[in-house]
Ligand binder design. Structure first.
Ligand code: SF4
Length: 204
């Protein structure tokens, strides 16, 4: 979240159009809601930890809109039936026993992000596939013309991509945003948002 807002690749002509963040429910069930508090205060962005069901998303959206309308930038927890402020401390102890933080990790569309991923500690090296097998690194570049990196960073929409709905569809995905049903391009395609956008365009 911090990297997206501070990404040095975003030029002055590009704006990150993100007013607030849904906090990820799986991650938050382990780490709790407290780790987001510094982010919300520093970057002046509201965060709502959101659950998975449609009603969770709707309520989380309402909570985010209320924060934005009232000028608040707090961490609120919609998913209280699973997530606490402190998180699952037993799981946190196990994770820190087995894993340590990587100095940097290359994320598709985001590039190298410092201290954003874990690796297996030396004591558990025999279970570490990275050490047991020779694995070459891949930079995971998307096809030419694919705007996934900019979409992931919140500076473009799927409809800004020339391949969207023509060359690239869920049946013939050209980039990571169209591959899984959770991807931004796949969601735009599946739920018709792009059709509404096109209906608003004046006839040629
Ligand atoms: S996944 Fe497809 S539609 Fe989305 S940005 Fe990439 S090429 Fe364009």
């Amino acid at each position: 979240m911090q990297h997206i807002l501070q990404n040095p690749e975003i030029g002055e002509s590009e704006q990150v159009n993100i007013d607030g963040f849904y906090g990820p429910s799986h991650v938050s069930s382990i780490i709790g809601s407290a780790p987001y508090e510094g982010f919300a205060a520093t970057f002046r962005k509201p965060v709502v930890i959101a659950g998975f069901e449609p009603l969770d998303i709707m309520q989380s959206t309402l909570m985010l809109i209320r924060q934005i309308n009232e000028g608040r930038t707090e961490v609120e927890n919609q998913y209280t039936r699973v997530v606490s402020r402190e998180g699952n401390q037993k799981a946190q102890r196990l994770v820190s026993e087995v894993f340590e933080v990587r100095q940097v990790f290359e994320w598709r569309g985001l590039g190298g992000v410092s201290r954003s991923a874990l690796k297996i500690r030396d004591a558990f090296a025999e279970y570490d596939a990275e050490r047991r097998f020779t694995i070459s690194e891949s930079n995971g570049t998307d096809v030419k013309g694919c705007e996934c990196p900019a979409i992931l960073r919140g500076v473009k929409k799927p409809t800004d991509c020339k391949l969207f709905g023509t060359v690239c569809t869920p049946d013939s995905p050209q980039g990571s945003c169209m591959v899984s049903s959770e991807g931004s391009c796949a969601a735009y395609w599946s739920f018709g948002r792009f059709r509404l956008d096109r209906l608003k365009e004046p006839a040629a």
